[in-house]
Design a protein around this ligand. Structure first.
Ligand code: 13P
Length: 250
């Protein structure tokens, strides 16, 4: 399975900045001596998706969004339907990111409903799971992540899971290789237990949380790591391109 290196730009980038960043990444990829060994995805804020789509069209780099609503249309002021994202050529949507779970009180059930709507619209959901610092300190990381998988993934889930320990997000404190290996092994076992052997084995599991050019090589070479969901380092073309290169050599 090819790895996926995905950039989550979060709430960063006016359209001119998004355009310049997407152009720099497209150029860096096309000027590299070898084509990328990984699949590539950029997830800008909603307001920059159309701009980034125009830059990336035909480049082989996919684009996506960071959230969507669970309805196809209707009276939902401020929300964006999955079909609207498909309309912009988006292929993926990040769902249940810890920043949405914590700041918007998104529950597993909400994430599951969004997942159903995203798949119905033809989007590939990237469902984020991960324990908080307190939960890890209490030895509850596997319980928490197991419940999030059970609650957030609908029957027939055909998407991607991202393991993002909350304490590693934006802190510069990535999980250790041992922690990543242990949790990815656990996530794989849970996916197989909950979805069945074939479906559970087919789901890529990304790691996210302070991935940078220095730690990407080690993280991406661990078993059961299907790629990376990159926040801060995806806002710098040079860093993102260097992370991509590690996927190539992993
Ligand atoms: P950082 O890479 O900035 O830690 O963010 C990770 C993340 O939240 C990706 O979704």
């Amino acid at each position: 399975m090819r790895q996926l290196i995905a950039g989550n730009w979060k709430m960063n980038g006016l359209t001119a900045e998004a355009e310049a960043l997407a152009e720099a990444i497209r150029e860096g990829v096309s000027n590299a001596q070898t084509p990328p060994a990984a699949d590539l995805l950029l997830c800008p804020p909603f307001t920059a998706i159309a701009t980034v789509a125009r830059v990336l069209a035909g480049s082989g780099i996919a684009w996506g969004a960071q959230d969507c609503h669970m309805s196809d249309h209707g009276a939902h002021t401020g929300d964006v339907a999955p079909g609207m994202l498909r309309d912009l050529g988006a292929s993926h949507v990040i769902l249940g990111h810890s920043e949405r779970r914590h700041h918007h009180n998104e529950l597993d059930e909400t994430v599951r409903e969004k997942c159903v709507a995203a798949m119905r619209a033809g989007l590939i959901p990237i469902v984020c799971v991960g324990e908080s610092e307190e939960q890890r300190a209490a030895g509850q990381e596997q319980d928490v992540v197991g419940w999030q998988i059970k609650g957030s993934l609908p029957d027939g889930f055909a998407g991607i899971v991202a393991y993002e320990p909350v304490w590693a997000i934006g802190t510069g404190r990535s999980a250790t290789e041992e922690d990543v290996a242990a949790m990815h092994g656990f996530v794989r076992a849970e996916l197989i237990r909950q979805l069945g052997e074939d479906a559970g084995a087919a789901i890529p599991v990304l790691y996210g949380g302070s991935v940078n050019p220095d730690n990407a090589g080690a993280i991406l070479s661990l078993p059961e790591v299907g790629g990376a969901l990159v926040g801060g380092a995806s806002l710098k073309a040079h860093d993102f391109l260097s992370i991509i290169h590690h996927a190539e050599t992993a």
